[in-house]
Design a protein around this ligand. Structure first.
Ligand code: NAD
Length: 362
């Protein structure tokens, strides 16, 4: 049995972490035919777009992809390829499990939380009107006429939150909790201020919660959540969040469990699943063979489970966990402060994981 899977190496540190994940996945013995698809700034010159149709076609055909991060210029330039992939393939749920691994440098150990983030709507959808442009002026005029005056030189972002979008992500979160032996879903929002968007999200999530009497639910404002996650992360189980809050809280949780190098994830819809680390392309670390490949490898573990290779997923996770716990062949961010030796590179850590996979299987 072999699997056809799309791999998007991405840019920045993307090619390094996806290569590491790839050799670890292959070491488990699962046969994968990789369909390599380049995307991002580097392909614009040749193909006129950072996201050529062939990339989406490949994912549509294979149904499953492993993706590295892709750079989005900050404050100018083309819109995020990552957001486009999620929207075009309707990958409406972003699932990011965050768990403490023994040996990781962090003051807080009791973290075992799953983020379920709405992935297609809200402010993160990037529907924007530039300051000074004609349609922005029209919008500002409309706002003025309806007693919602804003400064005439404003840029404006819209925050659409739909009934359909809220229903399906809430359903996903509660079903995920039930299917994965989780006990509680916290519905995260700022509905005291944004009553028609976050309020709608909360209202619908509460209705869906009613259909899951076996799963406890609570509602919590996102600012309060941020504080409580730092003080008492053990109080939380599954977090259901609108898009932008999910983006920010995911990084906070990564910070609590050893940094972005440890945070895996998947963007998933009814038909397709794109597995990718939470972290970005970290351009400043590109090509240095020094970043932590764990987030990409753990995304690979999630991918193996998704395709039904549960035993191999468990072996890969165990191998990674053992290497981190031993602490001898780990990257700079995982190395304990009293270690004198040089930290391992991305490749060396991946090789140590492959060796451990071999030991576990023989
Ligand atoms: P980033 O995640 O790239 O980096 C944030 C910090 O984490 C940096 O200090 C970086 O060095 C560190 N870091 C990230 N990955 C690491 C790893 N594997 N091991 C060790 N340290 C790691 O976030 P950023 O700097 O805000 O964004 C850089 C670019 O990435 C931007 O263009 C952004 O749009 C893009 N981005 C892409 C995705 C994606 O493709 N899904 C996600 C987030 C950001």
């Amino acid at each position: 049995m072999s699997y056809n899977i799309t791999i998007i190496p991405g840019d920045g540190i993307g090619p390094e972490v996806t290569a590491a994940a790839r050799i670890c996945l292959e070491s488990t013995g699962v046969k994968i035919n990789w369909d390599i698809q380049e995307a991002g700034e580097a392909v614009i010159k040749k193909e006129g777009t950072p996201l050529p149709e062939r990339v989406l076609e490949s994912i549509r055909k294979n149904k499953v992809a492993l993706k590295g991060p892709i750079t989005t210029p900050v404050g100018y330039g083309f819109r995020s390829v990552n957001v486009s992939i999620r929207k075009k393939l309707d990958l409406y749920a972003c699932v990011r499990p965050v768990k403490y691994f023994s040996g990781v440098k962090t003051p807080i150990k009791d973290v075992d939380i799953v983020v379920v983030r709405e992935n297609t709507e809200g402010l993160y959808a990037g529907i924007e009107f530039k300051s000074g442009e004609e349609e922005t002026k029209n919008l500002i005029e409309f706002l003025k006429k309806t007693n919602r005056a804003v400064s005439p030189d404003s840029g404006i972002s819209l925050k659409p939150v739909s009934v359909k979008g809220s229903k399906r992500i809430a359903e996903y979160a509660f079903k995920y909790a039930r299917d994965n032996g989780r006990k509680k879903v916290s519905i995260v929002q700022k509905a005291n201020i944004m009553k028609f968007t976050d309020g709608l999200f909360l209202d619908i999530a509460r209705k869906i919660a009613g259909r899951y009497p076996d799963i406890e639910n609570e509602s919590i404002l996102v600012d309060n959540l941020a504080m409580q996650l730092v003080q008492n992360p053990e109080k939380f189980d599954v977090l259901l969040l609108p898009n932008l809050y999910g983006d920010i809280i995911s990084d906070l949780l990564a910070g609590l469990t050893g940094g972005l190098g440890m945070a895996p994830g998947v963007n998933i819809g009814n038909e397709y699943a794109v597995f990718e680390p939470t972290h970005g392309s970290a351009p400043e670390l590109k090509g240095k063979d020094m970043v932590n490949p764990s987030a990409a490898i753990l995304s690979g573990v999630m991918m193996l489970r998704y395709i039904g290779e549960n035993k191999k997923a468990a072996i890969l996770r165990q191998a990674l966990s053992d290497v981190i716990k031993e602490g001898e062949r780990v990257t700079f961010d995982l190395q304990s402060d009293n270690k004198k030796q040089k930290p391992s590179g991305t490749r060396e850590m991946a090789k140590a994981i492959c060796k451990r996979i071999y030991e576990l299987q023989n």
